[in-house]
Design a protein around this ligand. Structure first.
Ligand code: ADP
Length: 232
């Protein structure tokens, strides 16, 4: 696999001894560049733990994670700078857009490339291009509070994409949206995945969007099972 993400035998145990919680018990998952997969499972099944491991927010106990051809974890981190890994190679989309209220839409998106060392002008140019691609270019000078919920989520998607990460982790990205807007966000994620060769993992409970994934991973008691769905 040239790009995308590969997870092998991933284990996460919180604590030890009698009080140990075995949150992940050998997760296997592979998401190709350009692909969007769903991750579903009941409360307490390990979804957040898996996202936190993938997002390098917590360390797995054992197993292996690869982004493209780079091994990032193999029974221990294989990258020195976890902050740079999170900033440059993993995009995050949350249930709430979490836009910065005192920055306009363009600067909300331009902030990450600026933090990665790009010039303000170049960062703003890239932000504008993505906002156009996501059909919110006309709101580029607005403040977040002036946008609808759907527009804010598009800006959040632009922000997740702006550093061109090979992986995007989306945690309940459609939860606050009605059916039509939720499906529009999933369609956008699919477009963006293909356009930018990004592997996207969407954690969701949203019955409206679950039928749209060609591949799903069910997680239960810390183990994943893959399911393929016919999607027209
Ligand atoms: P989900 O996101 O699917 O609801 P989680 O990943 O949050 O599941 O939780 C999986 C299991 O790990 C649960 O049994 C939960 O109680 C436990 N767990 C999660 N975080 C911690 C933690 N920081 N310390 C101890 N146990 C935890």
């Amino acid at each position: 696999m040239a790009d995308g993400i590969c997870i092998e035998r991933l284990v996460k145990t919180y604590g030890s001894g009698d009080t140990a919680v075995h949150a992940l018990r050998g997760v296997e998952m592979e998401v190709a560049a350009g692909e969007v997969v769903g991750l579903i499972g009941p409360s307490g099944s390990g979804k957040s733990t898996l996202l936190k491991c993938l997002g390098a927010v917590i360390a797995p106990t054992s197993g292996r994670m690869t982004i493209g051809t780079d091994v990032i974890f193999d029974d221990g981190w294989k990258v020195d700078d976890l902050r740079a890994l999170r900033r440059d190679r993993i995009g995050f989309i949350f249930q709430a857009p979490y836009l910065i209220p005192f920055l306009d839409v363009t600067d909300n998106v331009a902030l990450l490339p600026m933090l990665a060392g790009k010039s303000n002008a170049e960062s703003r140019k890239e932000a504008r291009a993505l906002l156009d691609a996501l059909d919110v270019g006309h709101r580029a000078a607005a403040m977040p509070s002036q946008l609808s919920g759907g527009e804010q989520q598009r800006v959040a998607i632009a922000r997740a994409l702006v550093n061109r990460p090979p992986v995007i982790l989306a945690d309940e990205p459609t939860a606050p949206l009605d059916g039509e807007r939720a499906l529009a966000v999933v369609a956008l994620l699919n477009d963006m995945a293909r356009q930018f060769d990004t592997a996207i993992i969407v954690v969701t409970h949203d019955e409206k969007i679950i039928p749209t994934f060609r591949r799903l991973y069910h997680i239960r008691d810390g183990v994943t099972v893959e399911e393929r769905q016919p999607v027209d």
